[in-house]
Design a protein. Structure first.
Length: 245
């Protein structure tokens, strides 16, 4: 599962695209979380370490997406692995549909937010819309869909193959659900970082609404491509921001 030369540059482009979100988060949000804490190192050093760690994790995700995804029909236009809907038109059409649905999920989630999170959001630092688009829309999709979902789909496919099961749809559906739950659970540490408490209503709320959003993005990655999932995720943030501020 090595990266050959024809795949190396496209993979690097996907990685660089994801790093825009990492850098945006590091510049706009991380310093505010670290200020006022008893830290072992200066804030710039901790930010640099965070960027390096995120960059390494992103590289692993890109490697997974480029090498494992195409084996199950999962792919990316930029990475030159084309799944069912092949051209840029698939990004706009499927991405717009997914973006509208995703914005609806975000707006619905805001209207049913537990009072603990409402109070937390009132005092937590505001994450700029640019960072929501770059990190949420791009970096998270590369990490969760391109990386994790591709890996989980491949593992499920190989595991089921040992029992004589040759289909690809079931392993992908398993991966969509599992990666959506992982995506949802990944938002829980952020609540703690902002000073929140993980009560049962808060955890259920985060898993339900973010998991639903993750299912939409997972289906887009499966039926279209990575770029459609990215476009939808970014558009959802923009749409929700236009309505909710």
């Amino acid at each position: 599962m090595d990266l050959d030369k024809p795949k190396l540059m496209p993979a690097l482009l996907v990685w660089l695209l994801g790093m825009t979100g990492v850098l945006s988060l590091a510049i706009t949000t991380v310093p505010g979380l670290l200020e006022g804490q008893d830290l072992p190192l200066p804030i710039p050093a901790l930010i640099a370490i965070s960027v390096l760690q995120s960059g390494a994790l992103l590289a692993l995700a890109v490697f997974s997406g480029v090498t494992l995804g195409p084996r199950l029909g999962l792919g990316s236009i930029i990475a030159r692995s084309f799944p069912l809907l092949r051209g840029p038109g698939s990004v706009f059409a499927a991405g717009t549909l997914g973006g509208v649905a995703g914005a609806g999920v975000l707006i619905g989630a805001a209207n049913f937010s537990p009072h603990e999170l409402v109070e937390l959001q009132a005092h937590a630092p505001e994450i700029p819309i640019a960072t929501r688009v770059l990190y949420g829309g791009i970096t998270e999709e590369i990490l969760i869909r391109f990386g994790l979902m591709s890996l989980l789909a491949w593992l499920a496919w190989k595991s089921m193959g040992h029992f004589g099961f040759e289909g690809r749809n079931t392993p992908i559906v398993i991966a969509i659900v599992a990666s959506a739950l992982a995506f949802a659970a990944g938002h829980l540490p952020a609540i703690v970082a902002f000073g929140g408490v993980l009560t049962v209503p808060v955890v259920a709320y985060v898993l339900l609404w973010n998991g639903l959003f993750g299912l939409i993005a997972g289906v887009l990655y499966w039926k279209a491509n990575l770029e459609a999932a990215i476009f939808a995720h970014a558009l959802a943030h923009i749409g929700a921001y236009a309505v909710l501020g």
